[in-house]
Design a protein around this ligand. Structure first.
Ligand SMILES: [Zn+2]
Length: 335
């Protein structure tokens, strides 16, 4: 932590940063991250996640372009926090974790802690509020999001003992384009046939309630964390529905406010007109959902393809997003 290095040129333009993703295999993953987004999966058959931007202990994405190539996100935050985070420079690590997920099999039924709970269990850890943007879904796909109304701890414990937890989960049908915000404390799971973008706090605190009575990759059941999960569940929350976005439309652009939370804001852009990023001393993350476009920042330009992610630093020259063909992208930032 805190290691600094000398920049080659202080004036070198550094406002647009691309990263090598961290490719994560898991028993529920598939092959779509390579097929749709050309992620470097080494043709492994069960890749669940591409971590596009991550600064969490030893999980570090490294810069791919420009004078900072090879540096980890933590090194950038340690050395250049003000340039990158701007008005959010009080964060000592990058506060968000951005992923693409290929869900080929059921994810465990799980819950994440809020900030206070995470800190109590693991000092220094964040809680995990997360949002899903569904990119592909089988016709009968759904997500488990929240408990059915009226399910209390007593009901849930009984169902866990009898292996019938799924009966108590709210199953929300989803189609491509749908968005869900899953607050910390919500029981949830993803079901097969989904490709999605995930925006979350930079945390790995996941407590498994139930893993569908199946073996993990080593043939043994994966560890469950039932007591900790039960302690984190908000039993008053009930079912979580798809969000209904506020839509702003102009002649050639469409902007949807998908999520506005205390932890992150997510907007989805589509259309053919250029978009000037607001000069508000906030960083932006751009995740490309479809098509191609160009981001221009002063003298720099980066061509972006479907499935790519770009970090736009808070301190930047005027920065403009120029759609090429069928460009659809997420704009993610801190409130
Ligand atoms: Zn989760």
């Amino acid at each position: 932590m805190g290691r600094r290095w000398e920049l080659p040129e202080f004036s070198s333009p550094v406002s647009l940063l691309r990263f090598h993703p961290l490719i994560k295999r898991s028993r529920w993953g598939g092959t779509l991250l390579a097929e749709r987004f050309q992620k470097p999966t080494g043709h492994a058959p069960n890749v669940g996640e591409s971590w596009e931007l991550c600064d969490h202990t030893t999980d570090q994405t490294c810069v791919k372009n420009g004078v900072w190539a090879g540096k980890t996100l933590q090194e950038l935050i340690s050395g250049r926090r003000r340039e990158i985070l701007g008005r959010h420079a009080s964060h000592t690590r990058f506060p968000l974790l951005l992923k693409f997920l290929d869900v080929h099999d059921y994810l465990s039924v799980q819950v994440h802690p809020n900030d206070a709970q995470a800190k109590a269990y693991f000092p220094g850890e964040l809680g995990k509020n997360e949002a899903w943007v569904i990119l592909e879904a089988h016709p009968d796909s759904r997500v488990f999001a929240g408990l059915k109304s009226g399910v209390d701890e007593y009901c849930l414990r009984a169902a866990l003992a009898e292996g019938r937890v799924a009966e108590l989960l709210h199953a929300e049908p989803v189609v491509p384009g749908d968005v869900l915000f899953i607050p910390a404390g919500t029981v949830h799971a993803l079901t097969p046939g989904l490709l999605l973008a995930e925006v979350q706090q930079a945390s790995v605190q996941t407590y498994r309630l139930y893993d569908w009575d199946r073996p993990g990759e080593n043939g043994l059941p994966r560890e469950l964390h039932i007591e900790r999960a039960l302690a984190c569940i908000d039993f008053t929350r009930g079912p979580i529905k798809r969000t209904s976005a506020q839509i702003l439309e102009t002649c050639c652009n469409r902007v949807e406010n998908l999520v506005e939370s205390s932890w992150f804001v997510v907007r989805r852009h589509s259309g053919t007109g250029s978009v000037l990023l607001e000069e508000d001393n906030r960083f932006r993350v751009i995740m490309v959902l479809q098509g191609q476009g160009i981001v221009r920042s002063g003298e720099l330009a980066e061509h972006l393809d479907c499935g790519e992610t770009l970090l736009v630093c808070a301190q930047r020259p005027p920065t403009i997003v120029l759609p090429q063909s069928g460009f659809e992208w997420l704009e993610i930032y801190l409130p």
